[in-house]
Design a protein around this ligand. Structure first.
Ligand code: ZN
Ligand code: ZN
Ligand code: ZN
Length: 305
């Protein structure tokens, strides 16, 4: 009997999608139950697995062989028997982007990576989670998955019931998150708020040295934040003199700015550049010849005259 490859891919997609949505729903139920660390841990584990299965469901729709770790070793017999190693999450995302042609986007890639790390920490070590952080993660990942299903035309009749159950669970979570975020942005309206790598909320207050999240209370390392967010070179901050925290980045409004992940200074309207004499970052002092030197070098040059 010959089997149609398209049918096989379609069937596999539906199975994986079904499993994925079950896991997401379990995550939402666990976090709503909130009966201590165990339910929070359960929520993050389900969430991590659920989002990975969703990505696999989408690449399976393209072709069933894409969920094999080694596509060269893919066979229908192995697929039917469930006898194969399946592709890991980073490579599944890569196939989604490179083969299926669905770009996830830099921000989501970072989020999904941090979720994976969190899940791995929970699997292998004892890590601590708090309710706010887990609620935020569940709300964010579920919203991502729901819109991914819709955008990719995966919201079939069979998946619809589960998606609507997810929507029902999402509303109270989203309300909890929105309420907290409103308070935080009102209390910290003058500080630089950045997206926290632990809870994914724009609640990381960067205002001089200590960088901590007002949503999930996690502390972040300015050096690490700079390294993760830098698109180009990382410089020493001319505002607070902390080394390797000053980066040139693309903001949400589409503008490129220099920003320090330690003091939160920089930003639009300020012109920074390398000193043409010593190479340090500084304000761009535009003299008549368009030669830019830092204040220290200016003093040095004037004294030498
Ligand atoms: Zn946080
Ligand atoms: Zn600084
Ligand atoms: Zn200089």
């Amino acid at each position: 009997m010959s089997r149609n490859s398209n049918d096989q891919s379609e069937r596999l997609q539906l199975t994986l999608l079904d499993d994925s949505l079950d896991l997401l729903l379990s995550a939402a139920e666990a976090v709503s139950r909130d009966d201590g660390p165990r339910s929070l841990k359960e929520a993050v584990l389900h969430l991590g697995n659920g989002v990975e299965l969703l990505v696999k469901a989408r690449i399976a729709r393209e072709h069933w062989s894409l969920i094999f770790a080694d596509v060269d070793k893919a066979s229908r017999d192995k697929l039917d028997a469930g006898d194969f190693a399946s592709v890991d999450a980073p490579r599944a995302l890569n196939r989604l982007e490179q083969i299926v042609g669905v770009p996830i986007g830099g921000r989501w890639n970072t989020h999904l990576k941090s979720l994976r790390q969190q899940r791995n920490r929970l699997t292998h070590f004892t890590a601590t989670l708090d309710t706010a952080q887990t609620k935020s993660l569940v709300a964010k990942v579920m919203a991502f998955c729901v819109s991914f299903c819709e955008q990719q035309g995966m919201a079939t009749a069979r998946a619809d019931d589960k998606l609507s159950a997810i929507h029902k669970n999402l509303t109270p979570l989203q309300e909890f998150v929105d309420h907290r975020i409103q308070n935080i942005s009102a209390n910290w309206k003058d500080a630089l708020l950045w997206v926290c790598p632990e809870c994914w909320q724009p609640a990381l207050v960067i205002d001089g040295g200590e960088v901590d999240c007002k949503f999930c209370k996690r502390k972040a390392d300015p050096l690490e934040l700079a390294a993760v967010n830098a698109e180009g070179s990382i410089e020493d901050c001319p505002e607070c003199d902390v080394e390797q925290t000053f980066v040139y980045i693309l903001r949400h409004n589409g503008a490129w700015e220099w920003l320090c992940f330690s003091c939160g200074q920089g930003g639009a309207g300020k012109n920074y550049d390398h000193c043409m004499r010593c190479g340090r970052m500084d304000y761009a002092h535009d003299d008549n010849d368009g030669i830019q030197v830092c204040e220290e070098c200016q003093t040095y040059i004037i004294e030498r005259w």
